[in-house]
Design a protein around this ligand. Structure first.
Ligand code: HEM
Length: 123
């Protein structure tokens, strides 16, 4: 009887443990409403910018955005009119932290495209 009780207890603990591990991995790989498509990349040796500095670059001919802890100068991409999501949506992000919007909307390919514009990290 006692052994049976311990057996049930062990199975219970294993199930709770498995559920907790599942939650941990789910939360570390997804963000906001959408799926997180890629683990963010960064380079700690890049120049550091404050959000106040980033927000100075908020127009279509001078456009910085922040995604995760990275700062991107996407001016050439914005003016090249090649954004599949249109000019209006991308310009609205200039000078802002676009982590949520970028992560929710874009594919792994867009994440790759973004790397080319990396200029710094947010301090
Ligand atoms: C403020 C920042 C941005 C916003 C708000 C934004 C918004 C959008 C929207 C609304 C779409 C259309 C999604 C659809 O039709 O389902 C889109 C697509 C796309 N955007 Fe952006 N975008 C931003 C920045 C960028 C940047 C910086 C890049 C690349 C360097 C980029 C690359 C793409 C690509 C490749 C697509 C096609 C769909 C995909 O492969 O994900 N976007 N974007």
């Amino acid at each position: 009887m006692n052994k049976q009780y311990i057996g049930v207890l062990i199975i219970f603990v294993i199930i709770i443990g498995a559920i907790s591990i599942g939650f941990f991995f789910e939360n570390s790989t997804s963000r906001g409403d959408g799926e997180r498509v890629e683990i963010p990349f960064t380079d700690k040796n890049l120049p550091k910018y404050t959000m106040a500095q980033v927000s100075q670059h908020s127009s279509s001919d001078d456009c910085f955005i922040v995604v995760d802890e990275n700062v991107y100068d996407i001016t050439s991409y914005v003016s090249g009119e090649e954004h599949p999501g249109g000019q209006k949506s991308i310009i609205s992000g200039c000078g802002n932290n676009e982590t949520d919007r970028f992560g929710r909307i874009h594919s792994p390919k867009a994440n790759e495209d973004l790397k080319e514009f990396l200029i710094g990290i947010v301090e």
